[in-house]
Design a protein around this ligand. Structure first.
Ligand SMILES: [Zn+2]
Length: 338
């Protein structure tokens, strides 16, 4: 079982070393973009600290299982509570006080009480100040884990009292460092790595050939414009693209991929997961679209575009495939205000 978190070797190694040497900190800061496994890693640490197996976190013993199931009495996650309409959002000082009271007691069933704040940056300033006091005089047998995608919103004094573990999007980070090794300028390397979604070959090519990026931008603009096309325009585009398909099949497949990418990014923005967005250089437009289209319609188009790509690869009628796909392209939620 073990830690089971691929691509986060550094953070895992740091935790293993601390456990081995008996130098586990009172506070940990799990920093990094959304959905890289910060909360998962924090839970693994909670398991490792309470594990009764031979290779913590074993994932098999009773404490490990109870923690994974969220029913271990000493492991808790403090998060933003659903408030009444209009009430201030965030993690409130009353929640921190409750944690303090619990932490004054010995662990109920395990060796170590483990409290995760996620998203920690949602602690309002009163909550942060109260929590800082707790961190300054940490109760014994308690470990705090602050999970955050925006550590700049945490008090520097809180951050400095925690051991920081950074989790990264592994593929992107690897692509980025490969580009840097080839003397691509830092900002460009960062953008290309994000756009590549881990496809290192594409990133290297794009770094060497600017027209690739231009072509890509055109396709993304096309992806956007699909939604405002009339039925007649959609059918006309299907006919034109189908006509080109015989000569340049790769061009059409690249277009389908770009359309998917655009609308998948729209879904990510809608889901408040902007850290996962590939087209970081067009975030403003993505936000516009996220407000304009409903999730189901967009998700269906992303799925259909993937299927269309596969069907074309299997010699389906290009015109039929494209007509079906384009007629299902997302439509704005409300009547367009333009
Ligand atoms: Zn275990």
């Amino acid at each position: 079982m073990g830690w089971g978190l691929s691509g986060q070797d550094r953070a895992v190694a740091a935790l293993e070393r601390a456990l081995r040497e008996g130098r586990v900190a009172h506070g940990y800061l799990f920093a990094g973009p959304e959905r890289v496994g910060k909360h998962t890693l924090a839970m693994k640490l909670a398991q490792a600290l309470n594990c009764e197996g031979t290779a913590p976190p074993c994932g098999e013993c009773d404490p490990c299982r109870r923690i994974a199931a969220g029913i271990h009495a000493d492991v808790q996650t403090v998060t933003v509570e659903e408030g009444e309409e209009g009430s201030q959002k965030g993690i409130h000082v009353s929640q921190v006080r409750e944690v303090e009271r619990a932490c004054a007691l010995k662990p109920f069933e395990g060796r170590c009480r483990f409290v995760i704040f996620d998203p920690a940056e949602e602690m309002n300033s009163a909550a942060q100040n109260a929590f800082l006091k707790t961190l300054e005089e940490p109760p014994p047998q308690v470990v705090f884990a602050l999970v955050t995608a925006d550590e700049s919103r945490l008090l520097p004094t809180i951050r400095s009292r925690c051991r920081r573990l950074e989790l990264r999007l592994p593929a992107v980070a690897e692509v980025e460092s490969a580009l840097l090794e080839r003397a691509v300028e830092a900002e460009q390397a960062r953008l290309l790595a994000r756009l590549s979604r881990g496809r290192i070959g594409w990133a290297l090519e794009a770094a060497a050939d600017a027209s690739l990026l231009e072509r890509r931008q055109e396709l993304l603009s096309q992806a956007r414009s699909l939604a405002s096309m009339s039925v007649a325009q959609r059918l006309e585009l299907a006919e034109r693209l189908a006509g080109d398909f015989k000569r340049k099949p790769d061009a059409l497949l690249a277009a389908l991929e770009a359309w998917r990418e655009w609308w998948r990014d729209v879904l990510l923005v809608r889901a408040a997961a902007e850290d996962g967005v590939a087209n970081v250089d067009r975030l403003a437009e993505l936000r516009e679209d996220a407000a304009l289209y409903d999730r189901e319609g967009v998700a269906e188009f992303v799925r259909a575009a993937g299927e269309a790509g596969r069907n074309l690869g299997e010699n389906a009628q290009p015109r039929l495939v494209l007509e079906t796909l384009l007629l299902g392209a997302p439509r704005p939620l409300a009547p367009a205000r333009r």
